[in-house]
Every structure is written in C-alpha cells, then in structure tokens.
Design a binder for this molecule. Structure first.
Ligand code: 13P
Length: 253
C-alpha cells in the first residue's frame, strides 16, 4: 500500500497575519519540485485568509489549529468548521498536546472536534502521544490505545479518507529530543493496529500517520524511511521555509 507522504507545518502562535503571505509563498517556492508530497501550512485562524490568498495557484494546502464541534452559537473564542471552510482552509489540527495540556482538551472533546471536522469535509489531523511520565510508568500502549479509541469513537471507515493521525510524543515537542526512528515506528505500528481494530485492517492501511516532535531536515529522512511513518507535523522547523523544505525534500526522496 503506498500512502502519499504529508508534511504539515503547525505554526502554533508564532506568525502574524502581516507575515503570513511571505512565509506561505516562500514555502510554495522552496517545495515546488517535490510534487509527490502533500504540503500543508496550518496557521493561526486569524492568518487563514492571508495564507489562502498566498497559496492560491500553488500546491500548498492551508489548515488551521483547532475547531469547535458546533456550527455556530454562543462559544466565545471558538471557530466552527463552517468558518474554516468559508475562509478557504481544508485541514484542521485537532487535539494537539498543547491544547490538551493548557486548554483542558480531553479525548472526548477531541472526538467531538474530529468528527465535526470530518463531517464538514475538512481533513482532520488528530494528534495523540504520551508524556514522558506516562512512558516511564510503562503506560505508553495504554495511553495510545485510549486516545485512539475514545478520540476516534464513531469515526467510520468512510471517514478515514479525511483522517490523518499525528503521533507526537509530548516529551519530543519543542525540546530538541526526537524519538528514534525505531521508537517512533513501534508506536506508529501500534496506532495502525489499533485503528485496524476500529475501522478494519484494509482501511487502516490507507490512513497516513505523521510523526511530530523536533522533526528537522537532519533527522527527517531516517524517520520517514520507516514503514508506518507517512509524514511529519512540524513545529519549529515550519517557521523557516528552507528548513521546512528540507523535510519535504526528505519525504519526496
Ligand atoms: P516541534 O517540531 O517544534 O517539536 O513541534 C512539534 C509539534 O508540536 C507539531 O505539532
């Protein structure tokens, strides 16, 4: 089964609307020769219009970093899937560990957001991953399986066309510590096996599983060479077009 590699930037809270067009254009230019790879910039919601305008006519897709599950209503500070689509974005990150850690996101709310995103026709990049404490307590498998089963409850085989899973070990995010390719592959295989139990083995083979956590040009190739690593969700290195393009080049190889 060949799965198209997907490299997505997660800009987090780092780029202003006025800085967005330049970064998207630089990413488009620097990655234009790597057509085998799906390239996405997930930006703060307020940057989406500028990102969509700058990406028009290029191969770069635009997404954002969170969505609410209701269509509209009294949810101050939240953004609906309809708003994201209306602004021209096609992807949304759901359940990032920073949202779980700082904003009370749970597996249940991740599930609601993911299902709403998929139902609306967005591609949901659903993030899972263990903390260092959980890994050291021997709870890795338990945590991953719970995040998958609760976070993806009710997601059908048909929905999987709009699903990307990102494995982001919390201890590797922004720390410069990367999971080794073997450590990452082991968890990616567990994720695919757990997904097979939810939607069937055939469908599970089609779903892309990204690795995220200090991925950079110097370590991307060895991670992406692993059987179940189908791309990357990139934080720090997505803020410089040359670094991001180095990762896309590794995925294109
Ligand atoms: P870093 O690449 O900065 O470690 O961030 C990874 C991440 O959280 C992407 O969502």
């Amino acid at each position: 089964m060949s799965r198209r590699k997907i490299i997505a930037g997660n800009w987090k809270m780092n780029v202003k609307p006025s800085e967005t067009a330049a970064l998207v254009k630089a990413v488009a230019e620097a990655t234009k020769d790597f057509a085998s790879v799906e390239v996405v910039c997930c930006t703060p919601a307020i940057d989406v219009p500028a990102a969509v305008a700058a990406a028009a006519g290029t191969h770069v897709g635009v997404g954002t970093e969170n969505c609410h599950w209701e269509d509209h209503g009294a949810f101050t500070g939240e953004i609906s899937t309809g708003m994201i689509l209306d602004a021209g974005a096609k992807y949304v990150i759901v359940g990032h560990s920073e949202r779980r850690q700082y904003f009370g996101e749970t597996d249940e709310t991740v599930n609601k957001r993911a299902r709403a995103a998929i139902a609306a026709g967005l591609t949901a990049i659903v993030c899972i991953g263990e903390t260092l404490e959980e890994r050291e307590a021997g709870k890795l498998n338990e945590v991953i399986e719970r995040q998958m089963k609760v976070g993806l409850a009710g997601v059908t085989a048909a929905d999987c066309a709009k699903l990307v899973i990102a494995y982001e070990p919390v201890w590797a995010i922004g720390t410069g510590k990367t999971a080794t390719p073997d450590q990452a592959q082991e968890v990616h295989a567990l994720i695919r096996a757990t997904l097979a139990g939810l939607v069937g083995a055939e469908t599970a083979e089609t779903v892309r599983i990204q690795y995220g956590g200090s991925m950079k040009p110097s370590n991307a190739a060895e991670l992406l060479a692993k059987k179940d690593i189908d791309g990357g969700l990139i934080g720090g290195a997505a803020l410089k077009a040359a670094d991001f393009a180095g990762i896309v080049a590794a995925a294109n190889a």
